[in-house]
Write a protein that binds this ligand. Sequence first.
Ligand code: SF4
Length: 75
Amino acid sequence: MPKETFKYTNGEITVIWKPHVCIHSKKCWTNLRAVFDPFVKPWINMQGATTEQIITQVNQCPSGALSIENNQEHS
Ligand code: SF4
């Protein structure tokens, strides 16, 4: 089965989420619920915080399931 990757962008950055890597530590949605909310769809709301806040939270993901792509790097 192919391993799925989901992408969420706010225009500046793209958050990449790999569900098969996620260990459901709940860190992201405990700390930044305005962005990471597993009870709504899509579960990552890129308008819920600043780019800086999102990057800080993504960097705290213990499994590496969340990562960031800088949109400017591709232009
Ligand atoms: S912090 Fe990372 S490992 Fe934990 S629930 Fe969020 S995505 Fe999954």
